[in-house]
Ligand binder design. Structure first.
Ligand code: PRT
Ligand code: ZN
Length: 284
């Protein structure tokens, strides 16, 4: 049974969505950018859509799964499940006001007007904070809303912050952080669920690999116990004797997050010749 995946047709997430399928070993040829195409070596059909439509299509089962920004999933508020976070398309959704306005706290927005393309997310935030503000829904170019007198503030996606800066605005509240996610229809057939499990297994292997590095080093034998605690790897590090007596070669896996701290500690334990290599896939 073919699993139908919806990805963004042309936009910020299109390229990376196809990349992730590629990393999972799924071959997709979309050179002519059709509306839909089939994977060559995996039971999958790919639909290219506007991201706004993906939650609805997945809810209705027109597509079984989809890749899009979590912000869009929350705004559309459809009955779909988020099954995996994909680690790209990172951004935040923030409130911004003219840069010279004084801002103390969120009560600034009491009785004010805010322009956005994401009214549902903003309304929920204002309700939680007990703010009575009016929301002006607009389709795009939200960042110019204050300068043309349409609103007192805006609520929009921010990445580097340069768009706000260029429009004389300052970011004053981060309402949510978003990244691309994989969503799924909640009533997949057993055979489609099995294909989704296969896909998730591959995505996890890729994500774990991207987060980790393979490390090889030479260690004085008296430090081996300490070193094993620092770089336990998946089960335990591999330790091989060097022909040079009193020394061993240690192989393990290290997480990107605490990488430099661990390297410093290893050096402190007398380790030498530390090699660090990328991992393409990691099956736990
Ligand atoms: O045509 P379609 O409807 O499919 O696409 P779209 O125009 O609705 O979406 P698109 O392709 O612009 O963005 C898709 C998704 O990318 C969004 O839903 C977010 O999840 C994610 N994303 C990540 C971003 C950004 N970063 C981003 N910077 N989406 C938009 N922006 C825009 C933002 O709207 C603002 O205008 O970039 C500007 C801000 O960027 P900075 O760097 O100046 O702060
Ligand atoms: Zn869109």
């Amino acid at each position: 049974m073919k699993l139908k995946i919806a990805i963004q047709k042309s936009g910020r997430l299109s390229e990376k969505s196809l990349d992730i399928l590629k990393e999972c070993g799924i071959k997709v040829s979309n050179s002519d950018r059709k509306l839909k195409t089939e994977a060559q070596n995996f039971p999958m059909e790919i639909l290219f859509l506007r991201d706004d439509d993906i939650p609805q299509y997945v809810e209705q089962g027109v597509a079984d799964i989809g890749i899009l920004g979590e912000n869009e999933v929350l705004e559309r508020n459809k009955d779909v499940a988020i099954v995996e976070r994909l680690g790209f398309g990172n951004c935040r959704m923030s409130l911004a006001i003219p840069k010279d306005d004084v801002y103390k706290n969120v009560s600034y927005f009491q009785g004010k007007k805010v322009a956005t393309s994401y009214p549902k997310i903003l309304r929920k935030f204002f309700i939680e904070k007990n703010i009575n503000a009016s929301i002006e829904e607009i389709g795009g170019s939200v960042e110019i809303a204050t300068s043309i007198g349409l609103a007192d503030g805006i609520f929009d996606i921010v990445s580097t912050g340069s768009t706000l800066l260029m429009n004389g605005l300052k970011e004053i509240e981060t309402v949510l952080r978003s990244e691309a996610v994989l969503i799924s229809n909640k009533n997949l057939s057993e055979s489609k669920s099995a294909v989704l499990d296969k896909l998730l297994f591959r995505i996890k292997a890729f994500k774990n690999g991207a987060r980790s590095k393979y490390i090889v080093l030479n260690a004085p034998n008296e430090s081996l116990a300490e070193i094993s605690k620092l770089i336990p790897g998946m089960r335990s590090p591999t330790v091989l004797p060097l022909s040079n007596s009193g020394w061993s070669s240690v192989h393990s896996v290290i997480e990107e997050d605490d990488f430099w701290n661990v390297i410093d500690a290893l050096k402190g334990l007398g380790c030498e010749g530390i090699l660090v290599m990328p991992i393409e896939k990691m099956i736990l």
